[in-house]
Design a protein around this ligand. Sequence first.
Ligand SMILES: Nc1ncnc2c1ncn2[C@@H]1O[C@H](COP(=O)(O)OP(=O)(O)OP(=O)(O)O)[C@@H](O)[C@H]1O
Length: 232
Amino acid sequence: MTGPLLQARGLRKTFGKGQAAFEALQGVSLDIQEGDTTAIVGPSGSGKSTLMHLLAGLDVPTAGAVEYRGRPLSAASPSELDRIRNTEFGFVFQHFHLDEAASVLENVAMPLTIAGMAPDERRARVACALTRLGLEERIDERAGVLSGGQKQRVALARAIVNRPRVVFADEPTGALDQATGHTVTDLMFDLNLTEGITLVIVTHANDLAERCSQQFRIVDGALTRPLRTAVA
Ligand SMILES: Nc1ncnc2c1ncn2[C@@H]1O[C@H](COP(=O)(O)OP(=O)(O)OP(=O)(O)O)[C@@H](O)[C@H]1O
C-alpha cells in the first residue's frame, strides 16, 4: 500500500439541530501513515475525541470523508465496518471499559469471541497478548480486583489480541498516576516499534504527545498547523 493508512478530508461534525446545533469539527484534514504514532492534542472540548471516533468509524461525519487503506469508510457495508473495527482496529479508553465482574480472560477475549473463535484458541491468543503485557498470571482473575495500571494493561491486551493494524487510544493515561501512565505508554510504543502497530492517541499529557512522530493540535474544532510531521 502506497497511500496513507488513514486519511481524513474536510471532516465536519455537527451535534444537535437548528438553534441547538453545535459544530464540533469544522473541516479537519490529515494523513496518518502506517507505523506512525499520532497524537491529537488540544483544550478540553476542542473536538479531539470526536475526531478520533470519526477516524475509527465509531461515528459518521456530517460532511467530509475518512479513507482507510484507500477506501472510504462510508463505502463499507455495516458488516464490513464491524469487521474492520473488530479485527483491524483496537481501542483503549481512559476508564478502561472492562467488564469488572468478568475474568481477565473473558475481557481480553471479547474481540475473538465476537469474531467466532473457538474457546481453546481464544485462551491461547489471550495468553499470548497477556504475556506481551506482563499479565499472564492474572488470566483467570476477576478484572475488578486489578489496579488501575493493570486494568489499562488488560484493556491494551484486548486492543491487540486480534493483531490490529491501528490502536486508537483516548486519554490512555488520564486515569493513571504518572509512573503507571509511563509504564502503559512504554508498552504502547513498544508495540509500535516491535509490531508496527499504528498508534492514534488523544491526550492531554505533553510527555506522551512529545513521543509521537506527529502531533495534531485542534482548537475549536479546527486543526492548527501540524506541530510536527512524521519523518519517513
Ligand atoms: N454526542 C454529542 N452530543 C452533543 N455534543 C457533543 C457530543 N459529543 C461531543 N459533543 C460536544 O462536542 C465538543 C467536542 O467534544 P469532544 O469530546 O470531541 O472534545 P475533547 O477535545 O475530546 O474534550 P475532552 O478533552 O474534554 O475530552 C464538546 O463541546 C462536546 O460537548
